[in-house]
Design a protein around this ligand. Sequence first.
Ligand SMILES: [Zn+2]
Length: 148
Amino acid sequence: MGSIAVDARVLRQLVAVARAALPEECCGLLLGGMAGQGRRITALLPARNVATARTRAFAIDPAVLIAAQKAARGGGPAVLGAYHSHPGGDPTPSAADLAQARGAGAIWAIIACGVAGDAADSQAGWRIGWWCDADEGVTPLSLTGRGG
Ligand SMILES: [Zn+2]
């Protein structure tokens, strides 16, 4: 299994943006760079969910992706992947997610809360699944080097 490092602040922010978007899915980009042997996510770039059925789908505002890629070329953090949430679901890729896989090595974070309604209004119960959209398929990633 591959691994990545994620700043602790990013982990907290992912849950916060997923909660704030309820009952819709949130989405955005994962920014960072290389750290030692692997990749480290150091920041989120939230994006508008431009999907039609936002309670069960997501589509990242393409303007945000274009701006982030332009900033990366200008010396800013690299776009390492994307995140979205599964309200009331599991932190695993859905059939629709898998259909969007490109095999280019992007990191996916899926924030999920298996409970709905008022119970979701607590930090407990939220989980984040980390995946790599790799050549050989979408595979799970483990987290290393938490901190910051
Ligand atoms: Zn999904």
